[in-house]
Design a protein around this ligand. Structure first.
Ligand SMILES: Nc1ncnc2c1ncn2[C@@H]1O[C@H](COP(=O)(O)OP(=O)(O)OP(=O)(O)O)[C@@H](O)[C@H]1O
Ligand SMILES: Nc1ccn([C@@H]2O[C@H](COP(=O)(O)O)[C@@H](O)[C@H]2O)c(=O)n1
Length: 209
């Protein structure tokens, strides 16, 4: 079974994807990390993320980088949303994600274009959303817990900027797949959101959704 979990920044898709992977004993890929690794490599080499050739040259990153906590910072997230708009960057990362999705037994992937581009054949597609203010509140709390000093307003502005870039780019924009089920986590606890996601997967498996 392939489970595709898409949605905007800090909507809770990673939390849900990890929980579903655990529940159904499936491997999980956080595809945002791949774009973050490209972004971190661009920054490391003092390249320009807006220049496609610079971003493409950074797609051959060492997989060791995927475990670097620096990848989770807001700065890297912002640059990731710049490099991810380049069609050649998306093309360079496409096969790796497709191979992961199509491994025997299935997989859970979360990102922006899993249900639309990477695995349009996924048996289950969730589109996770929450209001920008609630997402910023959650991300702000998360960053503070890690010692971050950004203001709430800064985090909210960054989330809005990233939403806009991700939704408006021409290459694989953030959009709900027509056959994805919408899961609004704005007023759900983590446990309640995960339970809803499990209920949706179960309904799909029974052919009821
Ligand atoms: N339903 C929820 N209620 C409260 N907090 C939540 C909920 N879901 C997720 N969170 C928290 O919100 C933050 C963002 O969640 P998560 O990392 O899952 O989002 P994401 O969509 O994967 O983000 P990104 O796109 O930036 O990778 C985390 O700190 C997580 O613990
Ligand atoms: N399938 C994807 C996943 C991510 N992106 C881009 O990467 C940025 C960082 O992703 P996070 O999930 O870690 O927040 C994100 O803002 C997107 O620009 C993508 O394009 N496609």
């Amino acid at each position: 079974m392939i489970i595709a979990v898409d949605g905007p920044a800090a909507s809770g898709k990673g939390t849900i994807a990890r929980a579903l992977a655990h529940r159904y004993r499936l491997p999980h890929l956080d595809t945002g990390l791949l774009y973050r690794a490209v972004a971190a490599t661009v920054l490391q080499h003092d390249l320009d993320p807006a220049i496609e050739a610079d971003a493409v040259a950074s797609c051959g990153f060492d997989d060791m980088l995927l475990g670097d906590p620096e990848l989770r910072t807001d700065r890297v997230g912002q640059v990731a949303s710049i490099v991810s708009a380049h069609p050649l960057v998306r093309a360079a990362l496409l096969q790796r994600q497709r191979r992961f999705a199509r491994q025997p037994g299935g997989a859970v992937l979360d990102g922006r274009d899993i249900g639309t581009v990477i695995a349009p054949e996924a048996e289950v597609k969730l589109f996770v959303k929450a209001t920008p203010t609630i997402r910023a509140r959650r991300r702000h709390a998360e960053l503070q817990a890690r010692g971050g000093t950004q203001s709430f307003d800064r985090v909210l502005a960054d989330i809005r900027a990233r939403d806009q870039r991700d939704a408006q780019r021409t290459a694989a924009p953030l959009v709900q797949a027509p056959d994805a089920v919408l899961l609004d986590t704005s007023f759900l606890s983590i446990d309640a959101a995960v339970q809803k996601a499990i209920d949706l997967v179960e309904a799909k498996r029974r052919g009821a959704a």
